[in-house]
Design a protein around this ligand. Sequence first.
Ligand SMILES: [Zn+2]
Length: 275
Amino acid sequence: MPEIPELQHISQVLTARLAGRPITNVDIQKPIVIRLPREDFEAGLLGAEILAVRRSGKFLLLETDRDSVMAVNPMLNGRFQWIDGPDGKRKAHARTCFTLKFQSDEGELGIRYIDERYLGKVYLVDAEDLDQVPVLNEQGPDALDPALDEDAFLTRLKRYRGQVKNALVNARFIAGIGNAYSDEILFQAGIHPFTKISSLDQERRIRLYAAMHETLNWAAGISAVEIGNRIDRKPRDFLNVHRKGGQPCPRCDHTISEVSPNRRVTSFCRTCQPD
Ligand SMILES: [Zn+2]
């Protein structure tokens, strides 16, 4: 699933290419992902201009000049793709849910929303009703929200029990971190993923906060370069431990461990992240 480092860049690319361009066509192929009547979705978007695309946690928020917002919860697989690739038109994608076309100086600019499992959810709401969008309205602060300073983070952490990895992927605690980057943040912090929060001393809690920023910002820079204009990509090869089970740890050379409790892959180094 896309997480902050990818979504950060994708929202910037979408803003750069779509802002100020009127929507000339709305074509819905899989109404199931659109959480409102299709007529309302079409009428709400046709002729509207996207002002900017923001990210909040794992949501993409496309703000329009009609004081409305298209809120996209991509879940596991949802993603946008330009219809025109670097070498001309891409062939149709069987799992396209809807396409939008925009008026542009170079003719029409098209984007499609793809989801292999149709698990993603797309809303179109008045801007003032954004707090009624399911899941979005229950989210804690975005992990990179400037208001989430070290004190705010430590205060929130006190309210959580259980294992530290479970808290990091819990959007109600902090939004925008999923399975991949929780592993990376814990590696950076030197904390075993199954450590109970109650057993983390103050020093390690502070290190966790710093590692969250360091990891997300480091990965955002690399993701931006690797993704470029190919906004459907999710580069993860450069990660240190996530899904690198059996390979040597880049820090200590011991073998990276990989376990899958609850069918969720967790990768970590037992030497750098002692229990
Ligand atoms: Zn190691």
